[in-house]
Write a protein that binds this ligand. Structure first.
Ligand code: HPA
Ligand code: ZN
Length: 326
């Protein structure tokens, strides 16, 4: 349709993408074979059939298991480049991608192996597509504060290649307050801060992310809408929300795309963006997220332009680069 063509032609930044969540079943099988790793699925179709989630934890269990096929620097390069190829095809010109080092170091894969492979993939994407990117190191919030500090220490030699820190994994029961000290330490090293909050957790977790983690960007943030004063604060301060429509529906945080609040967020003056989260698991890359939300919610070309513009305004690019993309 006309709207689909308009979306395809919009230059975009992607600000909420877990690189481990871009592992397509085909690559999972290829890496399992290359590395001699057994996987509990007989076929690609069987893998896809397993992607039927009723909440975040359901998904996380399968997502962490899938990551076990990632072993070598080459694997992380291949994973990243496969994502960037898909993103470039959707008009993404800049991506700020999450990685979860603890998912790998817990299995005996060195931090350096992971980050070197990802950096190789990022360099390849810039050479191949002109697509620029940044890395955001996420702490797994179901693990301890002490383990987060150990991960930050492992990142020390790479700090000039890491834009910021984030917070992901099981939200409820692991409030932002648990990581206030490690985020303060990260800030002291000059790192930006983002956190998943208000995906499944209550608006109080968004308040904590703002007041205790001093976040520069809010990942998801949907449940902020339950708190009018919080919504007004996010709008007034120009906080960017990295919204992930297909993820919200797949994880049953939104009943269906027909009732997704993306347009309500824009009407309330929030700087919302559209992102893919874990595209291999949730049924689509960033273009599909734009299309699904646009069709279900009747987004106009002005709305879509605003969403894409917000993605650059909310990025960690220098002001001159943001201006060049607007
Ligand atoms: N939420 C929390 N943790 C995650 C997600 C998510 O959507 N994706 C990967 N890790
Ligand atoms: Zn996420």
């Amino acid at each position: 349709t006309d709207i689909d063509a308009f979306i395809a032609g919009l230059p975009k930044a992607e600000l909420h993408l877990h690189i481990e969540g871009s592992l397509e079943p085909e690559l999972m099988f290829a890496l399992a074979e290359r590395n001699g790793v057994a996987i509990p699925y007989a076929s690609v179709d069987e893998v896809r059939a397993a992607y039927d989630f009723s909440n975040l934890q359901d998904f996380l269990d399968i997502y962490y298991a899938g990551a076990d096929v990632l072993r070598t620097r080459q694997d992380f390069h291949d994973l990243a480049l496969a994502y960037f190829d898909r993103a470039a095809a959707d008009g993404v010109v800049h991506a700020e991608i999450f990685f979860d080092p603890q998912t790998h170091t817990a299995r005996g894969i060195a931090f350096d192996t992971v980050i070197q492979g990802l950096l190789d993939g990022m360099a390849a994407a810039e050479a191949k597509h002109g697509l620029t990117s940044k890395l955001i190191l996420c702490f797994l919030r179901h693990l301890s504060e002490e383990e987060a500090f150990a991960t930050l220490a492992e990142a020390e030699p790479w700090l000039d290649r890491i834009a910021g820190v984030g917070l992901d994994s099981s939200e409820v029961g692991h409030p932002p307050a648990k990581f206030a000290r490690v985020f303060a330490a990260a800030a002291g090293k000059g790192l930006k801060r983002v956190a998943h909050a208000g995906e499944e957790g209550p608006p109080e977790y968004v308040h904590e992310a703002l007041d205790l983690l001093h976040i520069d960007r809010l990942d998801h943030g949907n449940r902020s809408l339950e708190d009018a004063a919080l919504t007004a604060r996010l709008a007034r301060t120009g906080m960017t929300l990295t919204v992930c429509p297909l993820s919200n529906v797949k994880l049953c945080n939104v009943a269906s795309m027909d009732v997704h609040p993306i347009d309500a967020m824009l009407r309330q003056g929030l700087r919302a963006t559209i992102n893919s989260d874990d595209p291999a698991y949730f049924g689509g890359y960033v273009g599909e997220n734009y299309r699904a939300a646009a069709h279900a919610r009747g987004l106009s070309k002005d709305d879509l332009t605003m969403l894409a513009r917000n993605s650059f305004l909310g990025s960690f690019l220098p002001d001159a680069d943001v201006a060049a993309h607007l």
